[in-house]
Write a protein that binds this ligand. Structure first.
Ligand SMILES: *Cc1c(COP(=O)(O)O)cnc(C)c1O
Length: 422
């Protein structure tokens, strides 16, 4: 199937007389005829459902659709993108381990890694995604367990060189985890470029309608845990909490990562997506292949308009020829990148504030990447505790405006920007 078809049909095929739409299994628990039947589930000897804190059929149908779209072998939904990124790392790294991550990642992920996961004893080295080969090589340690990056960084709009980072990770016997939230599998499939695990904040384009917070993890199914057994004992040695099964042996390349993540992390942390939200997420994914090209087409026109306006000081959009990441975006995302643009006005911080007060179509919201055009001035909202010097150091200058172009008629979006600039 092509991706357009998968968006509609993958993950669920109703049998004779069954509901055409993915059913919402709004149930905490599942009934069995005998204790032996249920016992097999607890031993991971049979597959099935027993408690929605770990797994739910509605979620699994949507996760299977996402796994198909990303070209992976297995997937799971989580309650948020934060939970997805936490699980993707914590499933293979523990106290005393180390991760190499691109420095230009979403602020929430940076905080999760740099503050919260450090408290759990996991060390992180953040590297400039455009660093030299020597610098990248130096970042690895004997206890490094994974490399992490974002296909298109939120909000820096840096395009990640997936192939290069995959090669470096594999040379050190560890997987590459890529957060593919901004590109979506419509514009880029990181697994095809060597990534091993893909994560999403489904809150963004996948849902696409500002309705549900959620996340997803997809396993590419190619990373050979057994070939690096000493690095990943959680996957390659017996799990005593499941009668001594070894995930990599029992579930193979394609299933070990997600089975362990479900059986251990979802069991213990319970960060599951509500089945109702998974149903809404699925509605969003059904139109993803139609929405993404429209986001990109609109953003391209808005970016071109902004670059030609003399009140605008600078524009960052990887679809603009001349952008620092234009060539790399052409390689990884020839059909378009995303709908998010950042820019600054010649009048700096004060002009940004005045401009945003006058917008009528673009809504002020911390959100990005959904059907509604929305706009944020980080210096005045998410980053307002920082001084101008600190803002510049973090790559989000006091004048930076983040515009997430929606799927309205682009003429209305541009007219709104024009009247607000005037
Ligand atoms: C929003 C976002 C997240 C966090 O997702 P939530 O669903 O808000 O928890 C992670 N990564 C990226 C790239 C994001 O844009």
């Amino acid at each position: 199937m092509e991706r357009e078809t998968m968006c509609i049909q993958a993950g669920y095929s109703p049998k004779n007389g069954e509901s055409r739409m993915i059913p919402i299994i709004q149930s905490t628990t599942f009934k069995y005829d005998t204790s032996e039947d249920m016992g097999k589930l607890f031993d991971l000897e049979a597959s099935g459902y027993f408690y929605t804190r770990l797994q739910n059929p509605t979620n699994d149908m949507v996760a299977a659709k996402l796994a198909a779209l990303e070209g992976g072998t297995a997937g799971m939904l989580t309650s948020s993108g934060q939970a997805a990124n936490f699980f993707s790392v914590f499933n293979i790294a523990t106290c005393g381990d180390h991760i190499v991550s691109a420095s230009t990642i979403y602020g929430g992920t940076f905080n999760l890694f740099n503050v919260t996961m450090r408290k759990m004893g996991i060390e992180f080295t953040f590297v400039d995604p455009d660093c030299s080969d020597e610098e990248l090589e130096k970042a690895f340690r004997p206890n490094t367990k994974a490399v992490f990056g974002e296909t298109i960084a939120n909000p820096a709009l840096v395009v990640f060189d997936i192939e290069r980072f995959a090669k470096a990770a594999h040379a050190h016997g560890v997987p590459l985890i890529v957060d593919n939230t901004f590109a979506t599998p419509i514009n880029c499939r990181p697994i095809e470029w060597g990534a091993d695990i893909v994560t999403h904040s489904t809150t963004k384009y996948l849902d696409g309608h500002d309705a549900t917070v959620g996340g997803a993890i997809i396993d590419g199914g190619k990373f050979d845990w057994m070939a690096h057994a000493d690095k990943f004992p959680g996957l390659t040695t017996p799990d005593e909490s499941y009668h001594g099964i070894t995930y990599a042996e029992k579930f193979g390349l394609g299933g070990a990562f997600i089975t362990k993540c479900t059986a251990q992390l979802m069991r213990d942390f319970g960060s599951i997506q509500a089945p109702m939200n998974a149903f809404l997420l699925n509605l969003g994914i059904e139109s993803l292949a139609v929405r993404m090209p429209r986001h990109c087409e609109n953003a391209q026109k808005v970016a071109e308009y902004l670059s030609s306006n003399d009140k605008v000081a600078w524009v960052t959009y990887p679809g603009l020829p001349g952008d620092k990441y234009y060539e790399r975006a052409q390689k990884y995302m020839p059909n378009g990148t995303c709908g998010v643009i950042s820019f600054g006005l010649k009048g700096g911080r004060a002009a940004a504030e005045a401009f945003m007060k006058n917008l009528k179509v673009a809504m002020i919201a911390t959100h990005v990447a959904d059907a509604h055009t929305c706009i944020l001035h980080p210096a005045n909202s998410t980053h307002r505790q920082l001084t101008d010097e600190e803002l510049i150091a973090s790559g989000v200058g006091p004048d930076l405006i983040r515009l997430s172009v929606g799927i309205e008629n682009v003429n209305d979006i541009i007219a709104d920007i024009e009247q607000a600039l005037t």
